[in-house]
Design a protein around this ligand. Structure first.
Ligand SMILES: [Zn+2]
Ligand SMILES: [Zn+2]
Length: 196
């Protein structure tokens, strides 16, 4: 078999080398440009690798943080999500315990009918939480004397009576709270999208 006698192509400009430098791989005048291009390529590759590494590190940091996040923090995050859902659900309604209407321009809270301390089993239950004004919630501890009859009228005796049967102590563990947060977070985002 005859070995090709054609001169090499220049790595930079891809033109064939002149006959007298047939086995060379770069024109002298192409060397600088080729080196510069090569270095640039290396830089891009390094930057890309650094970005990938940073991404892995961020994920790892997040995972470590989540792993040591105390249960109280998970509880608070879950409660915050549920409270937002309640305020969106009740956006068209006034306070659950007084006559302040939906257009009252103070701060709205989410008020538990049965307190978290008294009924841990329904601390996240949507029948048990309703939008209330900050005045009832902060200064009258929910104003239960008004809250109870008003919420009976709103959601019905059956649901309210059921809430009052929920007296078992429930300690939501972290695994439960993680899952709950994921599911309810999705629900909240859907509601926020619809209401915006
Ligand atoms: Zn060249
Ligand atoms: Zn109120």
């Amino acid at each position: 078999m005859l070995r090709s006698t054609k001169p090499n192509r220049c790595k930079h400009c891809k033109e064939r080398m002149p006959e007298d430098k047939a086995r060379h791989v770069l024109h002298d005048e192409c060397k600088d440009a080729w080196i510069a291009a090569y270095r640039q390529k290396q830089e891009r590759k390094k930057a890309q690798e650094a970005r990938a590494k940073a991404k892995v590190e961020r994920a790892e940091t997040k995972r470590r943080k989540e792993a040591i996040k105390p249960r109280a923090k998970w509880l608070a995050e879950c409660q915050a999500i549920v409270n937002k859902i309640v305020r969106l659900r009740d956006a068209h309604l006034g306070c659950c315990s007084c006559d302040r209407g939906p257009h009252w321009d103070g701060q709205w809270h989410a008020s538990h009918l049965r307190s978290v301390g008294a009924a841990s089993a329904v601390r996240f239950h949507l029948w048990n939480i309703h939008k209330g004004c900050s005045i009832c919630n902060n200064h009258l501890s929910g104003n239960l004397a008004e809250y109870l009859p008003r919420i009976r009228a709103r959601i019905g005796d059956e649901k309210v009576d059921w809430l009052y049967t929920q007296n078992q102590v429930v300690t939501h563990d972290i695994e439960y709270l993680k899952k709950f947060k994921r599911v309810m977070g999705k629900r909240l985002r859907r509601m926020e999208k619809r209401s915006s």
